[in-house]
Design a protein around this ligand. Structure first.
Ligand code: GLU
Length: 278
């Protein structure tokens, strides 16, 4: 059993992160497995080394030790690029020059109607023809989208989180209709959350992905990519989100729930476990 905690260093860890990290850690330790740490810092604008240092410090304080070296996405850009290169050459990607407002305008044309998927508006298909790779054309420095109709296959994965427990089947028709041509490389990042997370989970040999329910819908994209790239499909455990007293989920900017604040006020790691119900 190999689990992981994969925070983005764009702010302080709050109670929701603590819950996620403790859960992944405890499951791995109970099974005699490994718990890994991955820093998801592909967003160079928002990621800061100070936040990573604070994250590591908070995890140590919580009593969570991770196995092996920390993986950092910012050090793996070549791996992502190589994969994109392969997908481009095999005709699974097209370059997309649409701006957000072009997509909104095209998607809201009266005959289309705006449809929302896990990644926002379902792409209306504007660049599918013009952005197709020409023979021998090198990977362009542009946003790259996946031709979902070529990439999707019938597949399934196992979910063990309470709310969605069971085997989830994915069909190409559902992926085309509900997800569409997702961006696999943003122009400013050279990759995307979906591509990086899938390549990294495989590279780290993760067998159980534990994360918040807010990412449940993204899982169909991840499993579709795992199948396309011939990577193993891990088991998933999407857990409930820790909410504030108004029922609103905690966000990075909710400094009020930052672990550092609890620490400064004299809370112990046992208090944090109690607060999140673990
Ligand atoms: N980096 C993501 C976050 O902090 C988590 C990604 C994942 O667990 O798949 O929300």
């Amino acid at each position: 059993m190999i689990t992981r905690f994969a925070p983005s260093p764009t702010g302080p860890l709050h109670l929701g992160h603590a819950y996620s990290a403790i859960l992944a850690h405890d499951i791995a330790r109970a099974a005699g497995g490994q718990f890994l740490l991955r820093i998801e810092d592909i967003d160079r604008q928002r990621s800061k080394p100070e936040w990573e240092a604070q994250i590591q410090d908070d995890l140590r304080w919580l009593g969570l030790s991770w196995d092996g070296p920390v993986m950092r996405q910012s050090e793996r850009l070549k791996v992502y690029r190589d994969c994109l290169e392969k997908l481009w050459t095999s005709g699974f990607l097209f370059s997309c020059s649409c701006r957000r407002r072009d997509i909104e305008a095209a998607a809201s044309a009266p005959q289309e109607g705006v449809q929302l998927g896990p990644d926002g508006i379902i792409y209306p298909g504007t660049c599918r023809l013009t952005g197709a790779p020409k023979p021998g054309e090198p990977l362009p420095d542009a946003a790259l989208r996946l031709y979902m109709d070529r990439a999707a296959s019938a597949c399934s994965y196992t979910e063990i989180g309470e709310r969605y427990r069971g085997i989830h089947a994915i069909t190409p028709a559902q992926m085309i209709r509900e997800v569409g041509d997702v961006v696999l490389a943003r122009r400013d990042m050279g990759t995307s959350y979906h591509l990086s997370v899938v390549l990294d989970d495989a590279a780290q040999g993760v067998t159980l992905v534990t994360r918040g329910e807010d990412l449940f819908e993204a899982t169909a994209i991840h499993v579709t990519l795992q199948k396309l790239l011939e990577l193993p499909v891990p088991t998933y455990c999407h857990h409930g989100l820790i909410r504030d007293e108004n029922g609103k989920r905690l966000a990075k900017r909710d400094d009020a729930r930052a672990l550092s604040k609890y620490r400064a006020e004299g809370a112990t790691p046992a208090d944090i476990r109690r607060l999140v119900g673990l």
